[in-house]
Design a protein around this ligand. Structure first.
Ligand SMILES: Cc1ncc(C[n+]2csc(CCOP(=O)(O)OP(=O)(O)O)c2C)c(N)n1
Ligand SMILES: [Mg+2]
Length: 550
């Protein structure tokens, strides 16, 4: 058999059903011959984002795979790989490479050399006899430890080579590891003795599918739970102990309880300092539970470190806490009333924006109506970079695990579209939504055509204010003299031109009916883009003070 067919066979044995890609990459043809569906995008970044969502939403049970051309295809992919790297998402990246005879000759692009800073591993196939070994290594990286892209560069001349018809390949094992039981005991004692504990959950809870264990521990302790943006939806946000997610913007409940905490228990999180992560207040004691020992003491100092899988860690903690408490702390937990009060005051402060009848719309009003119109439990939603992220994340109440794809270690405008499409492929029966601004659509909007052509009926909510509004305060002179922050476009018309459903909405009365029409279209298999004309809103929910301490 040809080398490409052997690689396709290996992918099949690893359970790959879809390969995202852009030609020329000879593996796409071998994959199709093996019954793996190629999904062709309009530019590489979006295919990587789709692969990323497939991995995220299946907690890595199904891995996203992306294949592209040597040279331009690989060069153009850097952004998508870098985004997945920063977000710790396992994806298999399969660039073709220049023929081995010239692969190392200037100026030919080498993916192995150039992508090393944004991958967990990067290896080229120099000998086709090594194909099973190389893929065994790549899949082992993807299925073990903290996630990240694994890259295998396939020089184009390997595809003409014959290899043995008997592919020697078995799917790789994945192994979990758990923290030292002595540290678990110390951590359990600290959790029980803490006066004002806050649990801070990251995306490790999603990868370990440890949602039930997290809930059990929080309830036993009666402790409030905040999440990172990536961890959003790891804990039901309508639960009496939920504080919400901390990003560049956040519900007032998040800083209020973090400020008052004596102990903060981070589970499945890195505590990485970022504009898009809530700042951890100084002077707190941290228990840090993470899969990756490199995260310990990186940005916060840990009193107790628990290295291991979030599910194993939480299960072990639940057992120890149970021994110490004997009876779990019962509902109604005293802290729940305080959470409710802080949330009520916060929502009251935002009511005028959230309930605004103004036209052009307050984006907060559009997102309020979106939330009250969709079936939230059967919706998977993601933001984009820009104000829409910061407007959506604090107010969207996610109730089901992995119903919100949060991100922000790096924040490339245009990421959300591919995520929503990848989500729809993973969960065809759910409503998959991306919320983006008119800056974001400028990056990846052409791939709305992919949603139409590949029959991926997502609902796209565009908040169009004809501006990069969040840049206006940063670029006042360029805005005034040269209108540098203005942008333009009729994106509903663009969607219609692609064969999608496109509707521009300008009247308050039409917000909810338009959302219903959009959902109806997605049910018929047609992607829908609803373009809401909004005002240049730049107010964000990011008060670190609590309303009561004013
Ligand atoms: C690839 C990339 N380039 C630049 C940025 C910086 N950036 C973040 S938001 C933004 C403009 C946002 O405009 P829009 O999405 O229309 O939201 P608005 O503020 O107008 O509501 C820019 C330039 C980025 N996140 N990603
Ligand atoms: Mg805008």
């Amino acid at each position: 058999m040809k080398a490409g067919d052997a690689i396709a066979e290996i992918l099949k044995r690893e359970g790959v059903e879809i390969i995202f890609g852009y030609p020329v990459n000879h593996l796409l043809e071998s994959a199709a011959a093996a019954g793996i569906r190629p999904i062709i995008v309009r530019q590489e970044r979006v295919g990587l984002h789709m692969a990323d969502a497939l991995s995220r939403l299946t907690s890595g049970r199904k891995l996203g795979v992306f294949a592209m051309q040597h040279g331009p295809g690989a060069e153009n992919s850097f952004g998508g790989i870098a985004q997945a790297y920063s977000e710790s998402v396992p994806i298999l990246v399969l660039p073709m490479g220049y023929a081995r005879r010239v692969a190392q000759v200037d100026p030919n692009f080498s993916s192995v050399r150039s992508m090393q800073t944004v991958t967990k591993s990067a290896e080229a196939i120099w000998s086709t006899a090594e194909i099973p070994n190389i893929f065994r290594r790549a899949f082992s990286r993807l299925r073990n430890g903290r996630g990240g892209p694994a890259l295998v560069e396939m020089p184009m001349d390997i595809f003409t080579e014959e290899v043995s018809d008997q592919v020697q390949y078995e799917p790789v094992v994945s192994a979990r590891y758990a923290p030292d039981p002595a540290d678990v005991k110390r951590a359990a004692a600290a959790l029980v003795e803490a006066k004002n504990l806050v649990i801070y959950a990251g995306q490790g809870v999603h990868w370990a599918r440890a949602w039930q264990e997290l809930k059990t521990l929080a309830e036993m302790l009666g402790a409030p739970v905040a999440t990172s943006l990536q961890g959003k939806s790891a804990f039901p946000e309508n639960h009496p102990l939920a504080l919400g997610a901390g990003g560049n913007s956040f519900p007032a409940t998040v800083p209020y309880f973090l400020d008052r905490a004596d102990w903060i228990f981070g589970i499945g999180c890195s505590f990485t300092q970022s504009t898009f992560a809530v700042a951890m207040p100084a002077g707190k004691k941290f228990i840090h539970a993470t899969l990756d020992p490199n995260h310990i003491n990186k940005d916060v100092r840990a009193e107790i470190a628990l290295i291991g899988d979030a599910q194993l860690t939480l299960a072990a903690l639940c057992a120890e806490v149970q021994k110490l408490l004997r009876t779990p702390r019962q509902r109604p937990w005293p802290v729940a009333a305080e959470i409710g009060q802080v949330r009520k005051r916060w929502l009251a402060e935002w009511a005028s924006r959230v309930n605004s009848d103004e036209e052009p719309f307050s984006p907060y009003r559009v997102l309020r109506d979106l939330q009250s119109t969709v079936d939230v439990a059967n919706t998977i939603i993601t933001h984009d970079a820009g104000s829409p992220r910061d407007q959506l994340a604090p107010f969207w109440v996610s109730t089901e695990p992995l119903s919100y794809i949060g991100w922000g270690k790096t924040t490339q405008l245009g990421y959300g579209l591919g995520l929503a499409m990848g989500a729809k492929l993973a969960f065809p029966d759910k409503l998959c939504v991306n919320v983006w601004g008119d800056a974001a659509i400028g990056f990846t909007g052409m791939d709305f055509e992919t949603a139409v052509r590949e029959r991926i009926p997502i609902l796209s909510i565009l908040l169009n204010n004809f501006s990069m509004a969040m840049e206006i305060p940063i670029m006042p002179i360029s805005t005034e003299r040269y209108r540098s922050t203005d942008i333009s476009g009729d994106y509903a018309a663009m969607a219609r031109a692609f064969g999608a459903y496109g509707e521009r909405v300008t009247s308050i009365r039409e917000i909810v009916p338009a959302i219903r029409r959009g959902i109806e279209q997605t049910r018929k298999g047609v992607p829908a883009l609803l373009e809401f004309i909004t005002r240049k809103e730049i107010a964000l929910s990011r008060q670190y003070h609590s309303p009561s301490s004013k």
